[in-house]
Design a protein around this ligand. Sequence first.
Ligand SMILES: Nc1ncnc2c1ncn2[C@@H]1O[C@H](COP(=O)(O)OP(=O)(O)OP(=O)(O)O)[C@@H](O)[C@H]1O
Length: 228
Amino acid sequence: MPLLELRIRRKAQPRAGGPALEVLRDVALDFPPGSVTALLGPSGCGKTTLLRILTGLDTAFEGEVRHRPRRIGMVFQEPRLLPWRSLAENLRIVAAAAGLPPPPVEALLARVGLEGWAPRLPGELSLGMARRAALARALAVRPELLVLDEPFASLDAANAVRMRAVIAAVLAEGATTAVLVTHAVEDAAALAGRVAMLTPRPATLSALVAVPEAARREPAVLQSALAG
Ligand SMILES: Nc1ncnc2c1ncn2[C@@H]1O[C@H](COP(=O)(O)OP(=O)(O)OP(=O)(O)O)[C@@H](O)[C@H]1O
């Protein structure tokens, strides 16, 4: 995968009966192949909007995205699994849509701690399990780019720990370029190679720092690097 280049000059959201809301301004970011980037920023600053532009879900912006890969795996806060399809079918459908042969469903589900769940329906899963199923589905497209939007939001402590371990294992393989939106410096320190920090809206890039090795043990080190 060549260097993925994001160049947003301006992104505004139209608002009924009022001026458009300027969400992003002058955000230029390159994503080297195999890099893991955490996007940090205050609530509502435009992180999800940036992800939607990066992945091509939103094309109504001024700027361009160069070398967007063909196979992109996404995990949204809402798992968005097809409710009347088994987990196996949910995985097969995205792989087929990407023009891939049937994916190794059992192996993918085992990887996220859902062995034996292939024939079950999404409604039988807790939020934590559904989020992990959504990750298995994202992996079913053999993603060149993996996008994780607040993967730990609203999970109880046990499920968050489990999700962190699964994501850490996937990212450690280094097979994919990844972008992780999170509020937590601790998660950025544990999982990412670098952090892109956004300002309040209209969001622009305020810092881009490599995660210092010491921050893996002591996340406060990353906090100081971002502040400095
Ligand atoms: N479809 C839309 N129409 C109008 N406004 C929108 C739309 N989507 C997002 N917005 C607004 O754009 C701003 C940025 O939203 P976005 O979801 O990208 O922020 P965020 O940083 O991901 O937020 P959070 O951290 O709370 O998830 C917010 O003020 C939001 O209300």
